[in-house]
Design a protein around this ligand. Structure first.
Ligand SMILES: CCC(=O)SCCNC(=O)CCNC(=O)[C@H](O)C(C)(C)COP(=O)(O)OP(=O)(O)OC[C@H]1O[C@@H](n2cnc3c(N)ncnc32)[C@H](O)[C@@H]1OP(=O)(O)O
Length: 343
């Protein structure tokens, strides 16, 4: 389980950058930044992240009313929860001033999203306070809410109270394979069942706008019974760049729902999810970060029962600073697996 040691940030080795939204919109200077920005060539072919150019680029229809379209739709043919949360946060953030940053959001997914039509986002300006500002967003399709979201924004306020857990020690992303590279590796296995091959090829055809490097690939693919915990490096595909912390939070909201709920299924290799969907999603943003640079997503599930599972996650900057925490409950209706996986 996670190293629960509290790091107060007071040692010369510890993180010191909590809630440091310097200059209003500046993103952090991580060690990667110091050694120059990630060279342009290292970004995926698309250069500018599709998350920024398309998914989180909402059309303004009226005051506090936006329309969002879809990029990647999961095989379930219901909209990806992370997309709806990310878009809801974009619409909420539009109505707050530039010196305010999301510090938390709480959402319920009340209906499945329909990939055939766009989503409308209606923002209610609940309160503008001196330090905190709260917005409520309804994501609407076919005249009904599919998501209700409350997001709270805070101005930067320094404090002597500052601690965090210590980031788990894991291999660096440069030493790990991407999901796509792992799939190619599995596909090259001569005894791979035809059904598995088809499944893997479908996965490869997915145009997910984020890149993932699992720390323990079997845990990511759920091949064996394991403790309900997984770790993977994750970043947005393409370039986003420094200077827009609001946007990085929205991208992180998108990213944070990916492969999250599956953590609760890890101890049960003999069951497959016949139906799984996130019921709610909460996030807390702690520090500045860049969502187009590798972050470690540490996911664990402290509980499952009654056809539901709870998952909790921490997004770490690679320099060890805790960027965000996440929590989600999902419905998990399972059936026994008849054939063991041949991956
Ligand atoms: C990566 C994770 C994700 O992104 S998931 C995407 C984001 N989350 C979502 O889309 C969830 C949106 N919310 C919902 O769809 C609903 O709130 C859910 C979770 C389904 C609530 O369920 P419920 O109140 O049961 O809705 P419903 O009556 O419309 O039923 C939906 C389907 O489930 C079935 N169901 C219901 N109860 C049971 C049960 N006890 N045992 C077995 N099946 C059950 C219903 O029959 C219905 O099925 P169908 O759609 O008619 O095939």
């Amino acid at each position: 389980m996670a190293d629960r040691k509290a790091n107060t940030g007071s040692s010369s080795e510890g993180p010191t950058n909590n809630c440091d939204y310097t200059g209003g919109t500046e993103s952090p200077k991580s060690p990667e930044d110091e050694s120059s920005e990630r060279p342009e060539a290292q970004y995926s072919q698309d250069l500018k992240s599709v998350l920024v150019t398309s998914v989180l680029n909402l059309e303004k229809l009226d005051v506090d009313l936006y329309r969002g379209t879809h990029h990647w739709v999961p095989r379930t043919q219901r909209l990806f929860g992370g997309q709806i949360v990310g878009q809801a946060l974009v619409s909420a953030a539009e109505s707050v001033s530039d010196n305010l940053f999301a510090h938390s959001l709480h959402c319920y997914f009340v209906r499945a999203g329909d990939p055939k039509v766009p989503v409308l986002y209606q923002v209610d300006r609940i309160r503008d306070g001196r330090s905190f500002t709260v917005r409520s967003v309804r994501a609407i399709q076919h005249g009904h809410p599919i998501l209700i979201c409350q997001a709270s924004f805070h101005m930067q306020q320094p404090s002597p109270l500052q601690h965090q857990f210590t980031m788990p020690e894991v291999p660096q992303p440069e030493d790990l394979l991407t999901v796509e590279e792992l799939i190619h590796l599995y596909l090259s296995k001569p005894d791979l069942a035809e059904k598995s091959k088809q499944g893997l090829n479908k996965l490869l055809a997915n145009e997910v706008p984020i890149e993932i490097k699992p720390v323990h690939p079997p845990h990511f693919y759920r091949l064996a019974g394991a403790e309900p915990r997984k770790l993977f490096w994750v970043r947005a595909r393409g370039y986003i760049g420094e200077g827009n912390m609001k946007l990085h939070c929205c991208v992180a909201a998108y990213v944070s729902d990916f492969a999250f709920l599956g953590t609760a299924l890890l101890p049960y290799p003999n069951y497959k999810a016949e139906f799984s969907a996130s019921l709610d999603h909460a996030m807390w943003f702690h520090s500045t970060f860049r969502s187009d640079e590798w972050m470690l997503y540490e996911c664990e599930s402290p509980w499952a029962g009654g056809s539901r599972g709870l998952v909790q996650g921490r997004l770490w900057r690679r320099d060890g600073v805790l960027a965000a925490s996440c929590s989600q409950e999902g419905v998990l209706r399972v059936t026994p697996v008849t054939e063991p996986s041949k991956l």
